[in-house]
Ligand binder design. Sequence first.
Ligand code: FAD
Length: 318
Amino acid sequence: MKVTDHFKNANGKTLFTFEILPPLKGENMRTLFSHIDPLMEFNPPFIDVTYHREEYVYKQRENGLLEKITTRKRPGTVGICAAIQNHYKVDTVPHLICGGFNKEETENALIDLHFLGIDNVLVLRGDCVKSEQRFVPEPGGHNYATELIEQVVNMNNGVYLDDEQAYHNGTGFCIGVAGYPEKHFEAPNLKSDLRWLKKKIELGADYIVTQMFFDNQKYFDFVNRCRAEGITVPIIPGLKPMTTKTQLTLLPSLFHIEIPCDLAEAIEDCPDNKAAAQVGVEWAIQQSKELMEFGVPCLHYYSMGKSDSVRKVAEALF
Ligand code: FAD
């Protein structure tokens, strides 16, 4: 079922959903299910599965020269989505990125998803490869999420790359996109970022999921600005309970977000990570309660491969 239909069927009740990372290469589905199992009693109508692009590593050969190897540490998004749907009978939302794909490969991935009975995709540009400074599209690939949305919408209308004529059957994907309450780090200003966000909706995106934020006011302001720009689709808040002291500096550097002073000081004062995780859970519960009162259709938690804290938050709310 489409994500937007889940929202309609909820009749104003706030839903619980979460995002998981594919396990590291070499792990198996048991590892993944052990992260998901503790969260299933809170009835998530769908689970997001992230996509991780290739990285370059250098291995020293016997002759001393370095060999460049392309590797993906967390492959398997498509298979994992199918396995989750089959095992738990819940919908999945695979993340689909521009980076590393040309248009043909994107079309083939979407055809696979369609055959597997997956009705949703979160369409993203993706970040640059770790060793590069800026995002470089694949030859014959897409530069921005806007272009990838156009391809998905074409396929929804039965138009594939090899034919201008509409085929009989379209794919029918519900399309989610990313939004940034604290601005995407490359955007010159929030207004410009919102202009492109609006473009993504005009092209056919059905809902927005936000980058994580720790200050609800940033989300409220973002929603107000989106509505003022004429963006009417659901805007799903993305939340992450902080779990370690290191995340105090790691999360801002990775995701270009701010940690409010009160939270930062409380985490700094914690003697260890156990105490920090407790502070993180309490903060996320307060954030979630306020967002529920605001009437958000869904609270979406970034588990980042660990379910303990998300479970504690869900236990307090759902
Ligand atoms: P875009 O919407 O393409 O925007 C990129 C930048 O270009 C922005 O600054 C925007 O203002 C500007 N822009 C947009 N369209 C245009 C245009 N047509 N012309 C000119 N400028 C434009 N990354 C992964 O690799 N895998 C994941 O699974 C993943 N999941 C994510 C889930 C969520 C909810 C979020 C918020 C992010 C996720 N990311 C993921 C990270 C995301 O890929 C990066 O933030 C990336 O840098 C931008 O992706 P985007 O889709 O927002 O890009």
